[in-house]
Design a protein around this ligand. Structure first.
Ligand SMILES: *Cc1c(COP(=O)(O)O)cnc(C)c1O
Length: 382
């Protein structure tokens, strides 16, 4: 059966049409380098889009963006950095790149993101053990803004800077302000499966122009101002290429359209599941939150579905060549982070056990939606 049906992906690249024009102009002008008019143009487009007094450096990935934020904040070997446990490893790995130690914090059930109470407990316990955390990394997972006011209130009480992981949330807002503008530094990602893509890429949102220039300096091997190559600090090769940035400029023209289409996919799942007991679709807790719904995600509680589990649904959809995927496995449950401190309860663990991401791309067709709906209805026998 599956061999005849084209694959329905969780989230696949969706070009708007103008991307190649920007890439062609890079070729025409021979700007095949990690600098050039597309790099500057893409940075300007992003600043305009998030619409705050910010300065953006485009980089080779979202992971690189988080890494450079840690470097800029002076995180060093032996330091501790608090990170949301329920996330992709791109949030937490850069802590280890710096030789620092991650401290993981559980989620809360309304947004699935960092729990402010567990955060407070973590900070107080780490301070009592003799080390004040150097930074906090909360995440707007699946596009859903975290509890911004509550998390930032705790962080400012203890005067710890926030590195906002907005990799999945370009186009989301909290109280009408763009995600990616709340942290001391904020990271964006343009990987192949994100809401817009540059094939691979990321950006760091910075508070001032001079902070941005410092990030650009770190991302281009920390070269001193001299005619020869001279270095007083260790840098990285993390700048975005002018080719990738050309794709990004084209994608900016369709970003709002993609957000609207992903939000429609969310509505599609809400209408399918509204009468199925035991299934919950991740939805904004109130009107302060607007998610781009990068991925539509559900939880299935088998105790309320006559034993039907998320694996039953996942495997059934697979027969129709439809990709779905369990939610992120929390970092404190990962073999590589064994014995890393964790604060909180079982919220993230339970989400991992019961949760599933469903196809959410802005390029899905009516036929795709029909096939998805049929697959879901068969599993729940409706
Ligand atoms: C994608 C992602 C990243 C990292 O971005 P890359 O561009 O893939 O390096 C970081 N955090 C989260 C939550 C992500 O989803």
């Amino acid at each position: 059966m599956s061999s005849e049906l084209s694959k329905i992906w969780l989230s696949s690249p969706h070009m708007g049409g103008k991307e190649q024009d920007f890439v062609n102009s890079a070729f025409a002008e021979n700007w095949i380098a990690p600098l050039g008019p597309n790099v500057n143009g893409f940075e300007k487009d992003l600043v305009n889009y998030i619409n705050q007094d910010k300065h953006i450096a485009v980089l080779s990935s979202g992971t690189a963006a988080i890494h450079l934020a840690l470097v800029k904040l002076g995180v060093q070997s032996g330091d501790e950095v608090i990170c949301q446990s329920f996330t992709f490893c791109g949030s937490s790995n850069p802590i280890v790149y710096q030789g620092a130690k991650p401290i993981f914090v559980d989620s809360e059930p309304s947004t699935w993101n960092m729990c402010p109470k567990a955060l407070k407990e973590a900070i107080e316990d780490r301070i009592s053990k003799g080390k004040k955390p150097k930074a906090i990394i909360p995440v707007h997972l699946y596009g859903m803004p975290y509890l911004v006011d509550e998390i930032h209130a705790v962080a400012s009480k203890y005067e710890i800077p926030i590195i906002e992981d907005a990799a999945e949330s370009l186009g989301s807002t909290y109280k009408n302000k763009s995600c990616g503008t709340f942290g001391a530094y904020s990271a964006l990602s343009f990987n192949g499966n994100k809401i817009i893509t540059t094939s691979g890429g990321g950006a760091l949102v910075c508070p001032t122009e001079s902070d941005k220039q410092k990030i650009v300096y770190y991302s281009t091997q920390a070269r001193d101002n001299a005619p020869h190559y001279q270095h007083s600090e260790i840098g990285f090769n993390y700048r975005m290429s002018n080719i990738s940035a050309g794709i990004g400029r084209g994608q900016m023209l369709v970003l709002d359209k993609h957000v609207a289409l992903r939000r429609k996919m969310h509505d599609f799942y809400v209408s399918i599941f509204k009468d199925i007991k035991g299934v919950k679709v991740l939805t904004e807790p109130n009107e302060n939150f607007k998610s781009n719904h990068w991925l539509s995600a559900i939880t299935i509680n088998p105790e309320q579905t006559n034993g039907i589990s998320r694996e039953d649904l996942r495997l059934h959809l697979e027969k129709y060549n439809i990709e779905s995927r369990p939610l992120w496995k929390p970092m404190h449950m990962q073999p590589v982070f064994e014995n890393t401190p964790f604060y909180g309860g079982k919220v993230a663990e339970k989400l991992f056990e019961q949760g599933l991401c469903l196809p959410s791309g802005s390029n899905l067709t009516d036929e795709d939606r029909e096939r998805i709906k049929q697959g879901i209805r068969e599993v729940f026998k409706i």
